[in-house]
Design a protein around this ligand. Structure first.
Ligand SMILES: Cc1cc2nc3c(=O)[nH]c(=O)nc-3n(C[C@H](O)[C@H](O)[C@H](O)COP(=O)(O)O)c2cc1C
Length: 366
């Protein structure tokens, strides 16, 4: 029998993860809300953007690095915040941080992590950020933001697309609960449920989000810390402008990987409107369905400063812990550098909108 072929791309790691993970965990990670139409559309929207490569440019020396909020990154790539990494690997977010550190990729730690922010900060070798949900207990949210700053986080990412939890039917079918022995490490407070009960994650962790969230909460959080605060989960130009007007240092165009409002537009479609509305006032990051280096090229050509990946990191973590995370991120970095060469770009500054073929109906706002 032939040995299993080495994984060459993110999709190969996805298959490995499917083999390794228990069904309940695999479904939790891959699922989206309701009919999962946005999950599928996130991926297909990138693949519909055809590229117009430049030829006969000397690309023998290329520099895929970029500046983001004062940091020089080796590649315009970040790890998106995703919950519950110990379901993928016993070392959880500590392993993810090690893998990201290997590649110099910033890690945005989910507030629903299974290791504490301090444990992760202790091993982080690349910039660490923390994602924050505005909880019903505003004092708790403020304290968590300050705790993240004290632990060494270089920024916060406040998620605004989750006034209530999206309905993930696979989790309900599976009776999903946070596995015994696993902690919501940053969210422990006396008397609060820990996620060991309830239907899906939503019921047990209801207090960690709040349907009354508004832009005022962003201002309050902004004034509670000295590090930059980004807003994650905008899909419209007007919301992006509001985010910056209320003190955000940047926005993340995201539909939560299709896990919140099913039917929300794919992020590749939302990005041009947001970029146009902000007109360079603040960096725009985008996530959702990025699986290839060419997707990073596409996003930058549309005006994004950087991209984030969520599930690909979980596939790497499930397949091979820190090493798997490092390999997935390294593949995306290598693919991006090759995509730059093949498109005739020597630097990120040369990844410009003319690389995209603007066929009618492909890009609503472009
Ligand atoms: C399993 C899982 C858990 C997630 N947990 C969080 C979270 O705790 N906070 C958050 O802001 N976003 C969360 N997200 C959304 C991601 O940050 C990101 O927007 C999304 O995964 C990007 O899409 P991709 O998975 O296609 O790369 C989660 C996504 C997944 C798949």
């Amino acid at each position: 029998m032939n040995p299993k072929p080495e994984p060459l791309c993110v999709e190969d790691f996805e298959r490995l993860a499917e083999d390794r993970l228990e069904r309940v965990a695999w479904d939790y990670y891959r699922s989206g809300a309701w009919g999962e139409t946005t999950v599928a559309a996130n991926r297909s929207a990138w693949t519909r953007l055809w590229l117009r490569p430049r030829c006969a440019v000397d690309v023998s020396a290329r520099d895929p690095s970029t500046d983001l909020l004062g940091y020089r990154l080796p590649c315009p790539l970040l790890v998106a915040p995703t919950a519950l990494h110990r379901m993928a690997h016993p070392e959880g977010e500590v392993a993810t941080a090690r893998g990201a550190g290997d590649r110099g990729v910033p890690l945005v730690l989910s507030s629903l992590s299974t290791c504490t922010v301090e444990e992760v900060a202790a091993v982080a070798r690349s910039p660490l950020w923390m994602q924050i949900y505005v909880s019903q207990d505003r004092g708790f949210t403020r304290a968590l933001a300050q705790r993240a700053q004290a632990a060494g986080c270089r920024g916060l990412m406040v998620t605004v697309d989750t006034p209530v939890w999206g309905v993930r039917e696979r989790d309900i079918h599976n009776g999903f609960r946070v596995p015994d022995g696993m902690r919501m490490a940053n969210l422990e407070r006396p008397g609060a449920p820990t996620g060991h009960a309830g239907r899906g994650i939503g019921e047990a962790l209801g207090w960690t989000i709040d349907a009354s969230l508004t832009w005022k909460d962003l201002e309050a959080l902004r004034s509670a810390v000295q590090i930059p605060v980004l807003v994650k989960g905008v899909l419209r130009g007007d919301d992006a402008v509001r985010a910056i007007d209320h003190g955000a240092s940047g926005v993340v165009v995201s539909n939560h990987g299709g896990r919140q409002l099913d039917g929300a537009l794919p992020t590749a479609e939302a990005l041009p409107e947001v970029v146009a509305a902000l007109a360079g006032r603040a960096p725009v990051i985008v996530d959702g369905g990025i699986r290839r280096g060419i997707d990073i090229l596409r996003a930058l050509a549309m005006g994004a400063a950087a991209v984030q990946v969520g599930r690909p990191v979980l596939w790497g973590l499930a397949a091979d812990g820190a090493q798997g995370v490092s390999r997935v991120l390294g593949m995306l970095q290598a693919e991006f550098s090759l995509a730059m060469a093949l498109a005739g770009c020597r630097s990120v500054a040369e990844v410009t909108p003319d690389l995209l073929h603007r066929s009618p109906g492909t890009l609503a706002h472009f």
